[in-house]
Design a protein around this ligand. Structure first.
Ligand SMILES: Cc1cc2nc3c(=O)[nH]c(=O)nc-3n(C[C@H](O)[C@H](O)[C@H](O)COP(=O)(O)OP(=O)(O)OC[C@H]3O[C@@H](n4cnc5c(N)ncnc54)[C@H](O)[C@@H]3O)c2cc1C
Length: 381
């Protein structure tokens, strides 16, 4: 039994870690203030080959696998959670989705530009009236000559305000639930599309989140992803991978919590000695480490299994449930270790605290993850 990452995976992670430290961290204050993913950074990520990971060379990528891509997201997230999240939406939610489900023509048309980040990708499922109830989406795609006309709106779309390309889900049979959904590849320059607003968030700054509106926006037949009315299969097949990917990248936040806690506990003195000497502080540090170790093993294993094409919904839901709670606990302890300074914007730790909360909400909430786990367990006699 080998619990260690391969040398290749370890190198990819180390490279992203060093890149994040040298090229992202120095810009964190301006990213935090603007809440924009810096345009120049996409080109730097592409130059490193990161935006082409797990995309075969014949489609302009640089090979590797989904675990490697998630490890890069983890390294970037250690420097800045928002940047790691936007990177994941572009690569995992959009590019890898086309790789798994697209036709040969769709892969040749879109993957090279996504791999070199000359276009930015996103995935648009959630709507104002359909979040946890994803099959209840109301955006319609009405068949017309040569394609479909889209009408409706999407909300909370990561990269939505800047995306050139969306994986978009709409109802082709509005009267049906799961069997009426079709997935499309949608180019945002299409007339009838507009970004209604960039949503202001509590955390994950640097990852722009959008509300998008479609008014008779045309999408050609050739841009149907998969089969008409079978979009739910694409939603479901992607979700395991998405949850495992998100779990691995969230570990970057846990690592940052540990690092900041160790540094501050050694530096800060009270009662004539470093607070690191106090056992109640040591207990918090030990708990952060324990959460980190457990989350790391669970998330890596799940992503590895999910990328073999296995349906492991219960395991992936559990990995993200655990990792997101662990991240929240760790960020909270790290802030507590910083005392009053932890509650100010002078110290980085408050950003981790705000970012960690999203792990409990996005890619299906913790409650939905619990339902998935319980449903599977109870269905097995
Ligand atoms: C920053 C951010 C980025 C996001 N990025 C994307 C993206 O790129 N693409 C995309 O499509 N979506 C994205 N989302 C949407 C995200 O997936 C949804 O917010 C999430 O699925 C929850 O949906 P909701 O917000 O509508 O909450 P609701 O579904 O309204 O849930 C509200 C509360 O009710 C609970 N609840 C709902 N149903 C049940 C039930 N059956 N049993 C028990 N409790 C229940 C929920 O757990 C939650 O606590 C993003 C969200 C955020 C905040």
């Amino acid at each position: 039994m080998d619990f260690e990452l391969s040398e290749e995976h370890q190198l990819a992670y180390q490279s992203a870690l060093e890149f994040g430290h040298a090229e992202i961290r120095p810009h964190n204050a301006e990213i935090e203030a603007s809440d924009d993913f810096p345009a120049w950074l996409w080109q730097r990520l592409a130059a490193q080959g990161y935006t082409g990971i797990a995309i075969p060379e014949e489609y302009g990528g640089c090979g590797g696998d989904f675990l490697m891509a998630a490890l890069v997201a983890r390294g970037l997230s250690r420097a800045n959670g928002g940047i790691g999240m936007s990177f994941g939406a572009h690569l995992n939610l959009c590019a890898h989705n086309i790789l798994r489900n697209g036709t040969e023509q769709q892969k040749r048309q879109y993957l090279p530009a996504l791999a070199n980040a000359s276009i930015i990708g996103a995935l648009a499922l959630t709507e104002p009236n359909a979040g946890s109830d994803a099959m209840g989406i109301q955006t319609t795609a009405r068949k017309v000559d040569g394609g479909y006309l889209l009408n409706g709106s999407k909300v909370f779309i990561t990269n939505g305000p800047i995306a050139n390309l969306l994986i978009l889900y709409a109802k082709t049979r509005p009267e049906a639930r799961s069997h009426g959904i079709t997935a499309f590849i949608f180019e945002t320059l299409t007339p009838g599309f507009h970004v209604a607003r960039k949503i202001k968030k509590v955390g994950m700054h640097g990852s722009p989140t959008g509300e998008l509106v479609f008014t008779d926006a045309f999408v050609p037949d050739k841009n149907v992803l998969g089969t008409e009315n079978e979009g739910y299969k694409i939603v479901m097949s992607g979700l395991d991978l998405e949850r495992a990917f998100f779990a691995v990248s969230a570990i970057g936040g846990l690592e940052a919590a540990l690092e900041l806690s160790l540094t501050y506990a050694r530096q800060r003195e009270q009662f004539g000695q470093p607070i690191a000497n106090f056992q109640l502080i040591q207990a918090k540090i030990a708990d952060i480490y324990t959460d980190l170790e457990a989350a790391r093993h669970m998330a890596h294993r799940c992503l590895w299994l999910a990328q073999q094409g296995q349906r492991i919904s219960k395991e992936c839901a559990a990995a993200l449930l655990f990792t997101s709670r662990a991240s929240m606990r760790a960020a909270d302890s790290a802030l507590q270790i910083h005392g009053g300074w932890g509650y100010t914007t002078d110290f980085e730790v408050e950003r981790l605290w705000r970012n960690a909360k999203l792990g409990e909400i996005a890619a299906g909430t913790n409650e939905i993850r619990q339902l998935i786990i319980a449903r599977e367990l109870l269905a097995t006699p």
